[in-house]
Design a protein around this ligand. Structure first.
Ligand code: HGY
Ligand code: MN
Ligand code: MN
Length: 398
């Protein structure tokens, strides 16, 4: 039997690593001191749960049961400004189910916390490398926004690291997560059983113009990198209209403007361009629009244009059997208060699907807030999620 109090206590304990001081916010980006300390704490918890503890070369932390096992988990790194549940919930639910399994003599449940799910370096970097989609040598060259390489960052965990874990020992993977959107909260439902996870593309774009004096440079002679970005954003917003659906999303979330001073015409801007959709064809068509829009703007404003590497993940459908076990369990624990739904957020499950059947279960996010300090979920709903997950594990392992 899972112990809801012990599960909630563990979640609150994990929150202390990088607690932001604003609400239940957390600042625990991958490979920060707080992230590494949290991972060391998690290793001790896994050990106490009778699991064999292992850290892989990228810093993902594994608690392995003996023999073939069902894998549960998520990630424990956070966004630069994140909440206490994004990722942490799936790892702590997994840990609680593993502890309960140890107390009752089964079933075999392993636990994972993947590293850099939140993409300080790539997109779900730790699980992407483990899946084999991204060779470690290529990942090592990725840089964060400050220019630190992935190789340098993961070296901070080298004293803990062993080899990659063999996926053949796992019979499937289930990731519990907060919804991070508004639908369950709005409808008053407690559980979402995920049907599929959207795909994503992510690319850095740089416009280089000419840095100059903001008082003396006539408007028609400027090669202003910021104005290039402004034109680009307006251009794609109108051109996408012919291609997108109401569930397509795109975001320019990070902008680095040089030299970022009031009295200087900016000479350079590097920004992130990210887009997501459930249809891989649409993602490709959007890429075409983005490249063309950037080219058009660069020519019109006499800017140099540079595209960074295109990172991405394909849309993935959840496994029917695992998803069915979650649906059965939800129908038992919260009859009439659950639904099937797609995931607009990315998850490690997308990468794990390369190796084994995967499924996901959501609990509501209050007001649909996530990737922000205000992220929260009613504790009653967290416990419902744990019970639905435990019920699915029992159905799959009996
Ligand atoms: O961005 C995402 O969807 C994930 O939370 N990293
Ligand atoms: Mn997450
Ligand atoms: Mn996230």
């Amino acid at each position: 039997m899972v112990n809801p109090d012990r599960f909630l206590k563990s979640l609150h304990e994990l929150r202390q690593f990088g607690a932001s001081g604003v609400g239940k916010g957390v600042v625990r980006p991958a490979y920060s001191d707080e992230d590494i300390a949290a991972r060391e704490w998690l290793m001790a918890q896994m050990h106490d749960a009778g699991l064999s503890v292992h850290v892989d070369p990228v810093g993902s932390v594994w608690g392995l049961a003996e023999g073939p096992s069902l894998l549960l988990g998520s990630h424990s790194d956070s966004q630069p400004e994140g909440g206490w549940l994004d990722g942490a919930l799936g790892v702590m639910a997994a840990l609680e189910i593993a502890r309960a399994a140890q107390e009752s003599g089964g079933p075999a449940v392993s636990v994972v916390s993947f590293q850099d799910e939140e993409g300080r370096f790539g997109v779900t970097t730790g699980s992407t490398v483990w899946s084999g989609k991204l060779p470690l040598e290529d990942a090592d060259k990725l840089t964060d926004k400050a220019g630190v390489t992935f190789a340098e960052a993961r070296a901070r965990m080298a004293h803990l690291a062993g080899d990659f874990v063999d996926p053949a020992q796992f019979t499937g993977f289930i990731e519990m997560h907060i919804e991070q959107g508004p639908w369950l909260d709005k409808s008053g439902e407690a559980i979402g059983v995920v049907t599929d996870i959207v795909g994503i593309r992510d690319m850095r774009i740089t416009f280089t113009g000419e840095q100059n004096h903001a008082g003396t440079t006539p408007m028609h002679l400027r090669r202003d990198a910021f104005q290039g970005l402004n034109d680009f954003a307006t251009h794609i917003n109108s051109t996408f209209a012919d291609v997108v659906t109401p569930s397509t999303v795109w975001t320019i979330g990070h902008v680095s403007l040089h030299p970022n001073a009031s009295s200087i015409v900016p000479g350079k801007v590097t920004f992130s361009m990210q887009w997501r959709d459930g249809d891989a064809d649409r993602l490709n068509r959007m890429e075409g629009i983005i490249r063309e829009a950037a080219q058009t703007v660069a020519e019109a404003r006499d800017l140099q244009l540079e595209f960074g590497p295109l990172l991405g993940l394909e849309p993935v459908a959840m496994d029917t059997r695992l998803r069915g076990a979650l649906a059965d369990s939800a129908a038992t624990h919260v009859p009439d208060r659950w639904r099937e739904m797609p995931s607009g957020a990315l998850h490690d499950a997308t990468n794990v699907a390369v190796h084994m059947p995967v499924a996901m279960v959501f609990v509501p996010s209050i007001n649909g807030i996530s990737h922000a300090f205000g992220e929260d979920t009613d504790e009653g709903d967290l416990v419902k999620g744990l019970e639905v997950l435990a019920g699915a594990v029992a159905r799959l392992t009996n």
